[in-house]
Design a protein around this ligand. Structure first.
Ligand SMILES: [Zn+2]
Length: 167
C-alpha cells in the first residue's frame, strides 16, 4: 500500500477509533516509515510500534505502510498499537524499575515485559474480534458514524461537548 493511501485511511478512522477505545484525552501522533528493530528476524517484520508518555497523555504510533495490503490490515495494526496505550501507566513503573537493576536483570525483565504486554493486547483483540464480533474495520466504521452523529448533536445543542480534563 502506498503511503498516501495509508495516510488517508488513518485520517478517516483515527479519531473514531480513539473515541471507540475511550482514549479521547490522548494526543496520538502517527509516524510513517520502515521500522527497524533488533527483534525482527527472518520473514517477521514489525509493522507498528507504540511509544507513550503517560505523564503528558501523548502517544506516538509508528506504522510501516509498505507492510499493509488492505484497509482492514492497516486498521488491525493501528488498533493493536492503540490497545498498547491501555497499559501506558505501567511504562512509568517499568522505566523506574529498570533504572534499579543490572543489565542482565534488565534483559530478562524486558523479555517478560514484552510477553506480558503482547499477551494482554492479544487477549483484548480476541475479546473484540471473537467475543464481541467487533473487527477493526467494523469498529472504526461504527465509531465514525457515532462521532459524526455526536458532532451533529453538539451543533444543535442537544448534547454538550465533553469538558477537557486539566492535566
Ligand atoms: Zn504489540
Amino acid at each position: 500500500m502506498d503511503r498516501t493511501q495509508a495516510k488517508r485511511i488513518v485520517d478517516r478512522y483515527l479519531r473514531a477509533l480513539r473515541c471507540a477505545l475511550q482514549l479521547n484525552d490522548w494526543q496520538i501522533d502517527i509516524v510513517w516509515g520502515h521500522i527497524d528493530d533488533d527483534r525482527a528476524t527472518g520473514n517477521w517484520q514489525i509493522r507498528g510500534k507504540c511509544r507513550v508518555k503517560p505523564e503528558y497523555l501523548r502517544a506516538q504510533i509508528e506504522l510501516d505502510d509498505a507492510t499493509f495490503d488492505t484497509e482492514a490490515d492497516l486498521l488491525d495494526v493501528l488498533r493493536h498499537e492503540m490497545f498498547h496505550i491501555f497499559h501506558a501507566d505501567l511504562y512509568l513503573f517499568k522505566e523506574q524499575a529498570f533504572v534499579q537493576v543490572s543489565e542482565t536483570a534488565k534483559e530478562a525483565m524486558e523479555l517478560a515485559w514484552q510477553k506480558g504486554v503482547e499477551s494482554l493486547v492479544l487477549h483484548v483483540e480476541r475479546m473484540m474480534d471473537c467475543g464481541l464480533g467487533m473487527l477493526p474495520l467494523a469498529m472504526a466504521a461504527r465509531a465514525s458514524e457515532y462521532v459524526r452523529r455526536r458532532r451533529d448533536f453538539e451543533k444543535t445543542g442537544a448534547i454538550r461537548r465533553p469538558v477537557k480534563r486539566s492535566k
